[in-house]
Write a new protein. Structure first.
Length: 89
């Protein structure tokens, strides 16, 4: 296995991990900003006021994105194991 193949494999792995985590990260970012703005506007400083809605929205986004995430991970794993003979040299 040449060094360019290793770099390509690692690049593809990082890109797959990035795309798999992007829906959760984006959801957490948007809900965090909205909850922070809501806390600023209402002057509520209770930590559960921001934590509970974030967790609920995060769980909902995870449930909605799970089929896509699973199919992406299965296709990546299938491609990786299908090319295993190429990496063994």
């Amino acid at each position: 296995m040449t060094s360019s193949q290793v770099v390509d494999l690692i690049r593809h792995t990082f890109l797959t991990a990035f795309w798999l985590s992007l829906p959760m990260l984006a959801t957490g970012f948007v809900v965090g900003i909205v909850m922070s703005l809501t806390q600023i506007l209402t002057s509520i400083q209770d930590s559960s006021f921001s934590t509970v809605p974030r967790l609920i929205v995060f769980l909902g986004a995870l449930l909605l994105a799970m089929p896509w995430m699973l199919s992406s991970l299965v296709s990546f794993t299938t491609a990786l194991l299908g090319n295993l003979g190429r990496f063994a040299h």
